[in-house]
Design a protein around this ligand. Structure first.
Ligand code: HPA
Length: 279
C-alpha cells in the first residue's frame, strides 16, 4: 500500500539512516559537527576517518557552495566519536528549509545527541574584531522559513516546542572555558540568520543592530530549529570573518571570508576539539 503522505519525511530519514548505519559499521557517533565556510579543514583532524559523500545518501542534497566539500566524515575528535558534515546545505543554493534541516534529523536518528554547528559570520557589533569567535547565545531567524512547517505532526516530533535556551548554556560555558584557557578570543552574542545570497545592505545592518543582533550570516537557524525540534543540545560557533556591510565602511565578499577562515583554522580546531573533549 502507498505510504501515507504525512509520514514521507520520517520514511526518508529512516531510509537515509539505514544507508549511513551500514557505512558507520558499528560506530556510534555522539557529537554532530557542521563545518561552515572555510571551516571544513577541521575534518582533516578527525582520527580514523571514514568519508561518505552527501550524494551517496538517499534524500540528501548535494553541496554546491564554494569550499563546502559535501561529505560526511565519521571518526574520533577529542576522544569522542563524531559525525561531521564537511560542508553544509544552504537555503540560497535552492534547498528548502526541510532539505537544509534533513542531515540534522538524520544525525539525531543515528543517535547523535549534541550538535556543534559552525559558520563564518559578519560582525554587526562594532566592538567585535575580525578573527574573533562568537558563541551564539540566541538567534533571530530572519530567513522567513522554518523546517518544521509541513513536517508530519506525529512522525518526527511535536511541532510546538520552546526555543528558550536553544543554544545550550552548559555547552557555551564549556566553550568559554576552553577559549579562556587557550587564549582564544571569543564573544558571546546573538546571531541573525538570513537566506542570502546577497550580503545585507547597510540599512539592514543598522536595523538588525537595533534588534539586538551581534552577528549575521546565511545558515544555522534552520539547522538549530530542527535540532531543538528533536531535543538535541546545540552549540553554535561563528568565526567573525568580516565586519558586516557598512560597519567601518566594510563591503563583505566571499574571498575575505575564506581567507580569514584559513588564517584562524588553528584556533578554530583547538576550540571545537577542546569543547568536544569535555562533553
Ligand atoms: N553577511 C552574511 N553572511 C556572511 C557574512 C556577512 O557579512 N560573512 C560571512 N557570511
Amino acid at each position: 500500500m502507498a505510504e501515507a503522505p504525512r509520514n514521507r519525511l520520517k520514511a526518508q530519514i529512516e531510509e537515509a539512516a539505514a544507508v549511513m548505519e551500514r557505512w558507520l559499521d558499528g560506530r556510534r557517533p555522539e557529537v554532530g559537527l557542521i563545518l561552515g565556510s572555510g571551516l571544513g579543514p577541521l575534518a582533516e583532524r578527525i582520527e580514523e576517518p571514514a568519508f561518505l559523500p552527501f550524494a551517496d545518501v538517499p534524500h540528501m542534497q548535494e553541496s554546491t557552495a564554494t569550499s563546502h566539500v559535501g561529505r560526511f566524515v565519521s571518526g574520533r575528535l577529542g576522544g569522542k566519536p563524531v559525525l561531521a558534515m564537511q560542508g553544509r546545505l544552504h537555503g540560497y543554493e535552492g534547498n528548502s528549509a526541510q532539505q537544509v534541516a534533513f542531515p540534522v534529523w538524520l544525525m539525531h536518528e543515528l543517535g547523535v545527541g549534541t550538535l556543534v554547528t559552525t559558520n563564518a559570520a559578519g560582525a554587526i557589533n562594532e566592538s567585535y574584531q575580525v578573527g574573533d569567535f562568537c558563541l551564539m547565545t540566541d538567534h533571530i531567524n530572519f530567513t522567513g522559513r522554518n523546517p518544521v512547517v509541513g513536517t508530519d505532526p506525529d512522525g518526527i516530533a511535536f511541532r510546538f516546542f520552546s526555543m528558550l535556551d536553544a543554544y545550550d548554556p552548559r555547552l557555551r560555558a564549556i566553550a568559554n572555558e576552553v577559549a579562556a584557557e587557550r587564549g582564544i578570543p571569543v564573544q558571546n552574542g546573538v546571531y541573525l540568520g538570513l537566506l542570502g545570497p546577497s550580503f545585507e545592505t547597510p540599512a539592514e545592518i543598522r536595523a538588525f543592530r537595533a534588534w539586538g543582533a551581534d552577528t549575521v550570516a546565511m545558515s544555522v537557524c534552520e539547522e538549530v530549529i530542527a535540532a531543538r525540534h528533536v531535543g538535541m543540545a546545540v552549540c553554535g560557533i561563528s568565526l567573525v570573518s568580516n565586519m558586516a556591510c557598512g560597519v567601518e565602511g566594510a563591503s563583505p565578499n566571499d574571498v575575505e571570508v575564506l581567507e580569514v577562515a584559513a588564517r584562524r583554522e588553528g584556533d578554530f580546531c583547538a576550540l571545537v576539539s577542546g569543547l568536544v573533549e569535555r562533553l
